[in-house]
Design a protein around this ligand. Structure first.
Ligand code: C5P
Length: 332
């Protein structure tokens, strides 16, 4: 008999098919309307009982992930236990150690615009809820997730969903079961999300005539509208399941800011479009670039050509949408 001591959860990276950013709010965050899309690039997070809370990170970019209380997965564990009076809260009850050790096997690159840290936090919530027999429902976990970070709730949900507020208020998108084929071009470098938002604010307040770079339009000259709008063109493209229409409708208000901080990405985006991508954009706050291909074969061709073009560190082929954080059944 195998005694199972830990719980493992697989959790996907996300893309933003639309990312519309409004002006900064009083709390420093920005009003968003975004269309999230979960893709088949996964981290695996394991929670095991331990005397004291701790975290170990292995794999892609592990040395860049903090392992102290700043770690987003440990912050998620703290939020799950919850200070009294803040809603649902669970922790280890009965005999056995009260702490948890979290092991994160990373494949989602760190600080790449793919919400890898948020994914790990979402996976830690699911794993600890199971480990401690917490019994929280998905709506209750979503509530805890929303307190941990802007993208954590979506990593629980997966699929394709519209995010509002900071990105944490989610509505699943009703769309046919189309599988989209994406190529991700990973950059040789990183971007900090707060710095990219700050650069966007600077570009917007710099006023008319300021350009983020050749061929790049600053989306709004002055602070954006209080509530940025959902792109109905993108939503109808998603409902049609037509990859060509989806490719043309991709948009990201953070892209000019990311390009201003990381100008080499312009070449990467242009190369992908020249090589036949149906659409191209920077992933979230970057610096990963995302390309939509017409089919699995086209995605393979594009991935091979992109790696040969010398415009990125490496490439990956992924599909979407995929489900959010799921428990990996223990090997018998
Ligand atoms: O919520 P999360 O920790 O993922 O956000 C990282 C940073 O991104 C925030 O500290 C903030 O600077 C920026 N951000 C923002 N507006 C949002 C989401 C994130 O300004 N809606």
């Amino acid at each position: 008999m195998t005694i199972v001591t830990g719980v493992s959860v697989r959790v996907p990276a996300k893309l933003n098919l639309q990312l519309a950013v409004g002006p900064p709010r009083a709390d420093g965050y920005h009003h968003l309307v975004t269309v999230f899309h979960a893709v088949s690039l996964f981290d695996e997070v394991t929670a095991e009982p331990a005397e004291r809370d701790g975290v170990t990170v292995t794999g892609e970019g592990a040395d860049r992930v903090p392992v102290g209380q700043d770690n987003l997965a440990l912050r998620a564990v703290a939020a799950l236990r919850g200070p009294p009076g803040t809603g649902p809260g669970v922790s280890r009850a009965g005999p056995g150690p009260a702490g948890v050790h979290i092991t994160i096997a990373k494949r989602i690159p760190v600080a790449a615009g793919l919400a890898g840290g948020s994914a790990d936090a979402a996976a830690a919530l699911v794993a600890c809820n199971e480990l401690w027999d917490g019994g929280l429902s998905q709506p209750q976990l979503l509530e805890v997730a929303a307190r941990v970070g802007s993208d954590v709730a979506f990593a629980l949900l997966g699929g394709t969903a519209v995010g509002r507020g900071r990105g944490e208020r989610l509505t699943p998108a009703l769309a046919p079961a189309t599988r989209y084929h994406w190529v991700l071009a990973f950059a040789d470098g990183h971007l900090s999300t707060p710095e990219v938002y700050a650069a966007l604010d600077r570009l917007r307040t710099a006023g008319p005539g300021t350009r983020a770079g050749r061929g790049e339009r600053v989306p709004r000259d002055q602070p954006g509208p209080a509530e940025p709008g959902l792109d109905t063109g993108l939503m109808s493209a998603l409902r049609s399941g037509d990859a060509g229409l989806v490719g043309r409708a991709l948009s990201n208000d953070l892209q000019p800011a990311a390009l201003s901080l990381f100008p080499a990405l312009r070449k990467t985006l242009a190369a992908g479009l020249e090589l036949g991508a149906l659409g191209a954009l920077v992933a979230g706050s970057g610096p990963t670039c995302v390309f939509l291909a017409a089919s699995a074969e086209r995605a393979l061709d594009l991935a091979v050509s992109m790696s040969g073009a010398g415009v990125c560190r490496s490439v990956a082929r992924v599909t979407g949408p995929v489900p959010g954080a799921v428990i990996v059944p223990p090997v018998k």
